[in-house]
Design a protein around this ligand. Structure first.
Ligand code: GCW
Length: 667
């Protein structure tokens, strides 16, 4: 339809079922919008556009229903509870109208998108009753976008933000970006890379950022910036950036005031400090808390917050990087200003295809911990591999920390219910770029979608989200949807099997795409592949039990129970915690070597199964989308074989055994 994926899950294709259309026509004769609020106007505009396309009709907006029925009414509930973010909404059939009610304009906007989603899925209006509110307060995308338009770990083109033409020209695409995010409930965006340029603190850039923020605001989205910790020195000309230096503190206060002059609803700062060479408070013998609290002080007069990342580790080949964040941050629990949220990556190492949950979760009860998921597929095959990420996010959120007994899941830490955090956060490292379809791989749109939906409600299931996304984006044909759902739900396990099975990690260097498990030299002593996988003549895997780094001790006893004994550790986590002999018999009846070969070969072959599922869905698909994904799956198949062969041949030099029969490479 000439869409090329641009419209994402907001296609609003003409309602095809006559009886459904007839019902919709009955309840869409007008829109009542009380007042002229900017966000309410966005809601009305979206509804007018959506209904125009779904039903082919023009719907007028009035400021009062005048007692009429058959319309859509926005109702802001009086008596808002100001202690709670009032973003929840209800969409109900009431008194002959569809009523969207909320305590806030933002909630009305979210309710509007929920109604449009309902209609796109052709669900009945009769009995309509949707009520929903977010479980997490700050639902945010993190863009790793640089001022020169490149994106760190971005695989969908260049940055969406055209700094060179801002602030005069405001690309209309920013509005579509805001609509897509708002439709999921995302309410914050960090525009620039955490490896931050100090330039974003200059007046020139603040004005540019303000122009983008003016667009975001209309959709209930706050704009944030990543900051370069040494900016007082490099940009401000001070002698130091020591967070306890009064001049430095004054500089940040002024800087924040300057930003609020241009952006009155500015969201706050995101900080990567003393991590991978970035400057930070430790450069001056200060702690992460000293640094974060200094910035928080600058935000005291405003609503903004400071998000401080816990992604830290030292360049020490003898240390276990797994343990680093816990060691640096747990002693600081209780020392952070209430405006600070500590943002913790999914995985103590780094966004691997499968990692155990970070032991920070549950161990900092006095410090709000936010979740950082990676949507962009840095370790998941960039834009050529189809990997549906909801199962990764869910696996982490559903992990039990056992801090307050069974059921103390990571999700309950993150949503604040376990420790009573006042501020809660879920962030996703964006996979967007300026490619026409936003994400490069058409199926990667589902990962943006899934992150947004889960940041609002982490109880949604991976399957529910996949089915919804498919219906909105690809097809409403039941058979086709079944095949695509199956493909998506298995895609992550298939990737893990040919890429990093049984708990292997980081077999790559540099750009994080090509297999390089043999790499034993890097620009840092810990930046080698062998540091992570520990292959040797005896076996494979990183011993993190008492006989090794003892990282396991950072978890509660019940978690240690699950993982401390190699005979009982579930296979997906085995090599994360144990160095296992090549000839050890696993509970599958195969030796470690045989199991690895089995995974590499069946994983790579399962890409053919994905291709079959996709082909079976073809009758329900737009031909252009069909072809684009079919071609990418061919690339994935080729690359999966490449991964398999690289690993098997490399590991064989240690295991010194033949590949089991039946697993010869195809001719
Ligand atoms: O794993 C690393 C990535 C870096 C990234 C860093 C981080 C933004 O390879 O590209 O830098 O994580 O999360 O800070």
């Amino acid at each position: 339809d000439g869409d090329d994926g641009y419209r994402l899950w907001l296609k609003y294709e003409s309602v095809s079922t006559a009886s459904v259309k007839a019902e919709y026509l009955k309840y869409t004769t007008f829109i009542t919008q009380p007042g002229k609020g900017e966000i309410l106007q966005s809601a009305s505009r979206e509804l007018q556009m959506g209904l125009g396309k779904l039903l082919g009709k023009t719907v007028n907006v009035t400021n009062s229903s005048g007692g009429k029925t058959g319309g859509i009414i926005f109702r802001i509930e009086p008596g808002a509870d100001t202690t709670k973010p009032a973003e929840g909404y209800q969409v109900q059939l009431s008194g002959g109208n569809i009523v969207i009610s909320s305590k806030s304009e933002n909630g009305i906007l979210y309710g509007t998108f929920a109604l449009l989603r309902h209609m796109q899925m052709q669900l009945p209006i009769k009995g309509l009753s949707i009520a929903s509110s977010p479980k997490v307060r700050y639902r945010m995308l993190n863009h790793w976008d640089n001022p020169d338009g490149t994106i760190e770990r971005g695989y969908a083109g260049q940055s969406l933000w055209k700094w060179y033409e801002l602030p005069e020209r405001v690309d209309p695409r920013y509005t579509d970006y805001a609509r897509a995010n708002a439709s999921l409930g995302i309410n914050g965006t960090v525009l620039n890379n955490v490896n931050a340029s100090a330039r974003f603190m200059s007046q020139e850039y603040i004005a540019k950022v303000a122009a983008v923020a003016n667009v975001m605001r209309k959709y209930g989205i706050k704009t944030y910036l990543s900051v370069y910790f040494a900016a007082p020195k490099t940009l401000g000309g001070l002698k130091t950036s020591d967070p306890l230096d009064p001049q430095v503190r004054a500089w940040w206060k002024e800087k924040v005031a300057q930003i609020y002059k241009e952006i009155p609803d500015f969201g706050g700062f995101l900080v990567k400090a003393n991590s991978e060479g970035e400057p930070g408070p430790q450069d001056y013998g200060r702690t992460h808390a000293d640094g974060a609290n200094m910035l928080a002080e600058a935000f005291q007069p405003y609503e903004g917050i400071v998000v401080w990342r816990a992604f830290v580790y030292k360049a020490d080949p003898n240390a276990d990087r797994f343990k680093a964040a816990y060691e640096e941050f747990v002693p600081l629990d209780g020392k952070f200003d209430p405006k600070v949220i500590v943002q913790v990556k999914n995985g103590p190492i780094d966004f691997q295809p499968r990692e155990p949950f970070s032991p920070l979760f549950g161990n900092m009860p006095k410090t709000p911990l936010g979740m950082e998921f990676q949507i962009t597929q840095e370790y998941l095959g960039f834009a050529t591999h189809a990997v549906y990420e909801a199962p990764i996010f869910k696996e982490c959120l559903d992990s039990d920390t056992y801090v307050n007994g069974a059921g103390s899941t990571v999700a309950k830490v993150v949503d604040g219910s376990l420790h009573g955090y006042a501020r809660t956060l879920m962030a996703g490292v964006a996979n967007t770029g300026n490619s026409r379809n936003w994400t490069g791989h058409p199926l990667a749109q589902a990962n943006w979608y899934a992150f947004g939906r889960l940041s609002w409600d982490h109880q949604l299931s991976s399957e529910q989200i996949a089915r919804e996304w498919i219906a909105l984006t690809l097809t409403q044909n039941q058979k086709a949807s079944g095949h695509i759902t199956a493909l998506m739900l298995r895609s992550r396990e298939i990737y893990v099997d040919y890429n990093t099975p049984i708990g292997l990690s980081r077999p790559w260097m540099g750009v994080h795409f090509a297999p390089e498990p043999w790499q034993n030299k890097g620009s840092r002593p810990d930046w080698t592949a062998v540091y992570y996988h520990r292959a040797d003549s005896i076996g494979l895997g990183f011993d993190r039990t008492v006989s090794g780094s003892n990282a396991l001790a950072q978890y509660r006893p019940q978690v240690q129970q699950q993982w401390h004994n190699p005979d009982q550790t579930p296979l997906p986590y085995l090599l994360w915690f144990h160095h296992v002999r090549w000839d050890k018999k696993l509970n599958t009846g195969r030796t470690l070597w045989e199991e690895l070969c089995t995974r590499f070969y069946t994983g790579a072959d399962s890409v053919m199964w994905m291709q079959q599922q996709w082909d079976l869905a073809k009758p329900g698909l737009d031909l252009q989308v069909y072809a684009e994904v079919a071609d990418r799956l061919k690339v994935q198949r080729r690359e999966a074989i490449w991964w398999r062969d690289a690993w098997v041949l490399y590991l064989q030099t240690f295991a010194k055994q033949p590949v089991p029969t039946g697993f010869e490479p195809p001719k």
